[in-house]
Design a protein around this ligand. Structure first.
Ligand SMILES: [Fe+2]
Ligand SMILES: [Fe+2]
Length: 133
């Protein structure tokens, strides 16, 4: 069951970015499902690693688009990406060492972050991309 439902208000109007975001939502839901159904740490660790990898590649794609169009808010937008990657890598380290478990609060943190970032930062980027096409 999906807990983070993709809704049209999350669409930024750019097919490539939207498709990346849908994939991220799927991965966040996959992590949630695995936690809820009591999957072991091996499975959880694998999903978390997939999520981190996909997030990093998505951020790189957005950052390349920003550079391509000489985006005025590149620095602020990239700083949010960098901060999240740092936080999630730290979470992964704590998870691997057994200092933390993956709980619903992790799911809430990730889904809230994604929702807020898409609606504040990514929407603006998509508008800027559309304007120069
Ligand atoms: Fe972004
Ligand atoms: Fe994004």
């Amino acid at each position: 069951m999906a807990y983070f439902n993709w809704t049209n208000d999350l669409s930024v109007g750019n097919t490539q970015i939207d498709s990346d975001h849908k994939q991220l939502v799927d991965l966040v839901n996959k992590l949630h499902d695995a936690m809820k159904s009591g999957k072991g740490n091996t499975v959880l660790g694998e999903i978390l690693a997939d999520l981190i990898q996909y997030t990093s590649s998505h951020f790189k794609r957005e950052e390349m688009l920003m550079q391509k169009i000489n985006y005025a808010e590149f620095a602020e937008h990239k700083a949010e990406h960098t901060k999240l990657v740092g936080e999630v890598l730290e979470l992964q380290t704590r998870f691997k060492t057994g200092a933390t478990t993956l709980s619903v609060s992790v799911f809430n943190f990730l889904s809230d972050w994604l929702r807020t970032h898409i609606k504040s930062r990514d929407v603006k980027l998509a508008v800027a991309i559309a304007a120069i096409k």
